[in-house]
Ligand binder design. Sequence first.
Ligand code: MN3
Length: 199
Amino acid sequence: MTFTLPELPYAHDALAPYMSKETLEFHHDKHHLAYVTNGNALLKGTEWENKPLAEIVKGSFGKNVALFNNAAQHYNHTEFWKWLKPMGGGAIPGALEKALIGSLGSVEKAKADLIQAGVTQFGSGWAWLSVVDGKIVATKTANGENPLVHGGQPILGLDVWEHSYYIDYRNRRPDYLKAVVDNLVNWDYVAELYAAAMN
Ligand code: MN3
């Protein structure tokens, strides 16, 4: 497949004040575009050229570092835009809520574990909720890595690269993570991915 930059599912200014228009102009229009452009160049002529994105990510992990980094970041960001929405962070659909309580103790604990994973990721990376063996776990990964290459199915990922928060929050990564969890997470989409992962 050829990577293409997806449209943002909302206007660039729709996530303000928690994520500004300027941040999305850089993060989506420039950073994500660079992963798409570089990924396409690196994909050419490889054994993964006509594979689905998730297979490219899993297949190139540990084998083709440059392709993996760009393909994984393309996957992560394509999902990331959908993991957010204006007026997000509200009620969590029942089946997902039950699963968060069953796996992590409570919804508050699940949110706290996710934020803590992001706060403690040293340097660039991601904080995740993913499904592993039927349970939801909170983890962190470095750079472009994601749960797909660690036996999990990602259902929510928060970007903790500085490009995702430095314009709006400077060095205050914990404030960024809390604002996103409280105000921007699209729990309906997370619930959809959870249901698909459990099928
Ligand atoms: Mn990013």
